[in-house]
Design a protein around this ligand. Structure first.
Ligand code: C5P
Length: 221
């Protein structure tokens, strides 16, 4: 049977990783979280213990050693063989990542890496520029959105459940600033591909969203 490539893009907190993981599980495909890859570089930059410059990021891009493994529905992220799966989700990383993701040298390296990872198909890849740049020939392109209030609420819930003390208004401001940086950057900004299917999840349950994606997949198989 044909093994599809499915690209899911959208702003922070729209539910991309949740639905991408579930769709991948159903289809027995690999899930590739490209945001985790940019986060890994932001984490590396923070380890340098000084203000990060574009030159630092270009330097890191040149010797990038990121490994994503996807086992039993879980993605683990390693940099230079150190497991940083949890470390890349801190507020410090979230604050820095959109700046890191603007650096052209890094985006170029990521593009090659992510295309290789998508290989012969059988993947659900989520991010900001997957349908537009990384996999412009993807079989299915989804652009997932939700209102900023709902996206901030979801992130707040997620972080609170993990035991982090977070302020909802601060979180909303952080997401809004990351959206702005992602949408306004020069290279591969966050924008829907012209052939993407738009899904607004503000009022749509996770199960219904996954159902819609699986129905689109069925139509292509
Ligand atoms: O998906 P997540 O919110 O973890 O992504 C973190 C950040 O990584 C985004 O805000 C964006 O700046 C960057 N990113 C990107 N291109 C991608 C995926 C993520 O620029 N394909």
């Amino acid at each position: 049977m044909k093994r599809l490539t499915i690209a899911i893009d959208g702003p922070a907190g729209a539910g991309k990783s949740t639905v991408a993981k579930l769709a991948a599980q159903e289809l027995k495909y690999t899930y590739i979280d490209t945001g985790a890859m940019y986060r890994a570089v932001a984490w590396q930059a923070l380890q340098q213990g000084k203000e990060t410059t574009a030159k630092d990021i270009a330097g890191l891009a040149n010797k990038l050693d990121i490994k994503l493994t996807y086992v039993d529905g879980k993605t683990r992220v390693k940099v230079d063989d150190q497991d940083i799966t949890e470390a890349i989700r801190t507020p410090e990383v979230s604050r820095l990542v959109a700046k890191v993701a603007q650096v052209p040298e890094l985006r170029q390296v990521m593009l090659t890496l992510q295309r290789n990872m998508a290989g012969q198909g059988g993947v659900v890849m989520d991010g900001r520029d997957i349908g537009t740049h990384v996999l412009p020939n993807a079989d299915i392109k989804i652009f997932l959105t939700a209102s900023i209030k709902e996206r901030a609420r979801r992130r707040w819930q997620e972080l609170t459940d993990q035991g982090h003390a977070v302020d909802l208004a601060e979180l909303e401001a952080e997401i809004a600033s990351r959206d702005k940086a992602d949408c306004e950057r020069e290279i591969a900004p966050l924008v829907a591909a012209s052939d993407a299917v738009h899904l607004d999840t503000t009022q749509l349950s996770i199960a219904d969203t996954v159902e819609k994606i699986l129905a689109l997949a069925k139509g292509k198989l």
